[in-house]
Design a protein around this ligand. Structure first.
Ligand SMILES: Nc1nc2c(c(=O)[nH]1)N[C@H]1C(S)=C(S)[C@@H](COP(=O)(O)O)O[C@H]1N2
Ligand SMILES: [Mo]
Length: 352
């Protein structure tokens, strides 16, 4: 089912959560109506004239920024791929109860424009001993196992916060953020799964000491290894190397002897894509990777010609490798909440 305002496949009506049909992921920059939406709580009502971003905690100069003040600060543009940690979850063998069953479309690439987070932090003079930011959104609601409503909040290590590409975005693809994507201001943390990119920013608290632990980064957004039990928990942060086949589509019909351009996108949070291979029945073969990427954290396009030489069902698989040497596994890495799905994708087409 598609929603009226967008081209998304709805995963949940209220609050709206939806993913892009794979055919909408063919362009380098994903148009906003096709860009997935992942919101835990309803979109907060914000009067932008009264809205403030508060920066406080272990800083020499705590302060508030109005929307107008932010707009007058030096701007930067970062093209970055954003992927939900739950993207691809329906591909895991064991369904994770209570979690959204995403297909492959909870990912997109946008041109984000705003202020480098470090520019804002410099103005507030962060203490030398600070280690982390606690970032809070304006949205709140109830979650399982907690009595009172909670805010969406996350810890972000100072080191990642100071990366030149970590920004407070005011714009997406050249226009003010839409309400669903975090208007008036959101964080964009390139290279990390989407949950770090806090929407509807309201407060940044600078802290030190034990890493911040809360519902959205402590209870959820941790990899829990069921074999090793509850104590085997690691935070979900860097995006795992991954690729998607955007042509042909699963279930397509292709003609015998007629060239098919197998193509798609690949991305990783831990380095540039070094190769993408496809297997259409004759073993893994290297594809042409287009290195003219829009940015350090933006996906790349890849393609491979294929001339089907046999009638019937054909399976096509793709897997990417990044420059850190990470390669997509053939089987998904199961974990309690089923985050970080990045197994090599397999599609089926019919050759006639
Ligand atoms: N305040 C707030 N920020 C949030 C969320 C949220 O529910 N509330 N969802 C996070 C998650 S899990 C993802 S994947 C991204 C999705 O961003 P998008 O909806 O703009 O695609 O926003 C993140 N930021
Ligand atoms: Mo997410």
């Amino acid at each position: 089912m598609k929603s009226r305002q967008s081209r998304l496949i709805v995963a949940k009506e209220s609050p709206l959560n939806g993913e892009a049909p794979v055919s909408e992921l063919r362009s380098r920059i994903t148009p906003v109506p096709s860009f997935f939406v992942r919101s835990h709580f309803p979109v907060p009502q914000i009067d932008v004239s009264k809205w403030r971003l508060v920066v406080e905690g272990e800083v020499g100069a705590p302060r508030e920024f109005s929307y107008r003040e932010l707009r007058e600060m030096p701007r930067v543009t970062v093209a970055a791929t954003l992927e939900c940690a739950g993207n691809g979850r329906s591909g895991f063998k064991v369904p994770a109860e209570g979690e959204l069953r995403w297909g492959s479309g909870a990912v997109g690439t946008a041109r984000w424009r705003g202020i480098a987070l470090r520019t804002v932090l410099e103005k507030c003079r962060v203490d030398k001993t600070a280690t982390e930011l606690v970032i809070e959104g304006s949205d709140s609601g109830n979650v399982g196992g907690v009595v009172d409503p909670i805010r969406f909040s996350r810890g972000l290590p100072l080191q990642k916060a100071l990366d030149k590409d970590t920004i407070i975005a005011l714009q997406m693809n050249g226009r003010s953020l839409s309400p669903e994507h975090g208007y008036p201001a959101r964080l964009v943390v390139p290279g990390w799964y989407g949950m770090a990119s806090v929407k509807w920013l309201s407060r940044i608290k600078v802290v030190s000491g034990e890493p911040y632990s809360a519902f959205f980064n402590g209870v959820k957004y941790v990899y829990v290894d069921e074999q090793k039990g509850r104590r085997a928990r690691t935070p979900v942060d860097e995006v795992r190397v991954k690729s998607i086949i955007t042509n042909p589509l699963d279930g397509d019909v292709v003609r015998l002897g007629r060239m098919v351009m197998i193509s798609g996108r690949a991305w990783s949070g831990s380095g540039k894509i070094s190769s993408v291979e496809v297997d259409h029945g004759k073993g893994w073969e290297k594809t042409m990777v287009d290195r003219a990427t829009a940015g350090r954290f933006a996906w790349v396009a890849w393609r491979k010609r294929w001339v089907p030489d046999r009638r019937g069902e054909a399976e096509i698989a793709a897997r990417a490798t990044d420059e850190s040497g990470n390669m997509q596994p053939l089987e998904p890495l199961e974990n309690r909440f089923q985050y970080g799905y990045n197994a090599a994708q397999r599609i089926r087409v019919k050759v006639v």
